[in-house]
Design a protein around this ligand. Structure first.
Ligand SMILES: Cc1cc2nc3c(=O)[nH]c(=O)nc-3n(C[C@H](O)[C@H](O)[C@H](O)COP(=O)(O)OP(=O)(O)OC[C@H]3O[C@@H](n4cnc5c(N)ncnc54)[C@H](O)[C@@H]3O)c2cc1C
Length: 377
């Protein structure tokens, strides 16, 4: 068999690629991680809510349900074991109006079917705990938390490098082809220099471009349903003087059919600052434009005032944004994460991770375990 440069090339050093690198190198494989940016986690993995989700909203038995429920446990243990800042804040699921209570009950039943602990809290106790929040009914998810993604990137990289993995930053994958015993990957660096690497196995953890990378060896991504739609989510932060408005994350329920888009909710960061978002903006073109449009302020204010009635326009300032790699159109039937080894399609040893939107961060360690099992490593 042709001698390969590595047992595995992982394409992409977001949370998922880093977790795969740590997991696979821990199993004794030689791993190269190729990333087009100069450091890990420069795209979606650092542009999100940093919430360790409980696994409430996803259909029972789906990968999103299974991997986020398991990931809530494994990632919180990982953060604690490795000193990654982590806070189990808990979150409130809210029926803001009485007529939203049946929907809240449905969401709670779905979460419980996934094995998630959810506590119906008497409204008097909720109002005592969150005197600034308006709701007709509230349910507590005690296992939801927040954590420091940059701490996670650092630790996963140290683990992977400690296991002998190497990182090729500023290397953008341009082409891939099957060769005897594996794949040849062609990269370019910022100077336009080309580099070729071979590996027996490839893990495509390319996030927003996972569909583009999946197509490189010759897979018809339209036919297999891997084409991703980019959906931007913007955030507005609430000024510090009003950080007392909420003690836990606030997630008002949405009507059924929104899939894993959760509406304009409120999250905390590790410093106790409050943020609203993300909203939903389908991007027609594939441009990573992370600017936040000031014009969205009034929509944020209207959505948030339903449950935080004392908020005022001057309390909000544009914050960050991120882009979801979605397989599922808004209102369309549920689509799960794709975690697929492609032997059956003629590409043995090639693993595609496609449509890894939320709860991808929560699930990253579990996705990596699935990948290791798929590769028999
Ligand atoms: C607004 C928003 C909020 C979210 N909130 C949460 C949350 O609170 N909790 C949660 O669990 N999940 C959340 N998510 C989802 C989560 O952020 C993602 O599922 C996760 O970050 C995906 O990680 P990744 O490693 O697959 O992708 P990425 O972080 O995008 O990493 C992919 C990497 O691949 C690299 N790459 C791409 N193409 C190439 C190429 N050709 N050559 C070399 N490198 C390449 C990119 O540069 C990038 O670094 C949120 C997502 C968004 C957008």
């Amino acid at each position: 068999m042709t001698r390969m440069d590595a047992d595995v090339i992982v394409v992409g050093a977001g949370a998922v690629g880093l977790a795969c690198a740590a997991e696979l190198s821990g199993g004794g494989l030689s791993v190269v991680v190729a990333e087009r940016h100069a450091s890990p986690g420069q795209e979606t993995s650092s542009r999100n809510s940093q919430v360790l989700h409980a696994g409430i909203y996803y259909p029972a038995g789906s990968l999103k349900a299974r991997l986020s429920v398991a990931g809530n446990r494994s990632l919180s243990e990982f953060c604690e074991a490795h000193g990654v800042p982590f806070l189990r804040t808990g979150k409130w699921l809210l029926a803001v109006e009485p007529d939203e209570e049946p929907r809240l009950a449905e969401v709670v039943a779905g979460g419980r079917a996934n094995g998630v602990e959810l506590e119906e809290v008497p409204i008097g106790r909720f109002r005592a705990e969150e005197p600034h929040v308006r709701a007709a009914a509230a349910v507590l998810s005690p296992s939801t938390g927040i954590f420091d993604v940059h701490g996670l990137f650092r630790v996963l990289r140290v683990i992977a490098e400690g296991n002998g993995a190497s990182f090729a930053f500023r290397h953008s994958l341009k082409a891939a082809s099957p060769v005897a015993g594996g794949f040849e990957l062609v990269f370019s660096d910022p100077a336009g220099e080309e580099a070729r690497l071979t590996a027996a196995r490839v893990v495509n953890a390319a996030g927003l471009d996972a569909d583009v990378v999946a197509a490189m060896p010759g897979l018809n991504v339209e036919e297999v349903g891997y084409r991703q739609t980019w959906t931007k989510g913007s955030y507005f932060r609430i000024r510090s003087a009003r950080r007392h408005l909420a003690r836990r994350l606030l997630y008002p329920v949405l009507p059924a059919g929104y899939g894993s888009v959760l509406g304009i909710h409120l999250t905390l960061d590790l410093d106790g600052e409050l943020r609203l978002g993300p909203d939903v903006e389908v991007l027609g073109d594939r441009r990573q434009d992370y600017s936040v449009d000031e014009g969205r302020r009034s929509a944020f204010l209207d959505a948030a005032r339903r449950y935080l009635p004392s908020l005022e326009e001057g309390d909000l300032a544009p914050d960050q944004s991120g882009i979801r790699a979605r397989l599922q159109a808004i209102g369309a039937p549920f689509r799960d994460f794709v975690v697929a080894e492609e032997s059956a399609r003629g590409f043995p040893g090639w693993v595609n991770l496609v449509g890894v939107e939320s709860p991808g961060l929560t699930s990253c360690l579990e996705i990596a375990r699935e990948v290791r099992a798929l590769l028999g490593a």
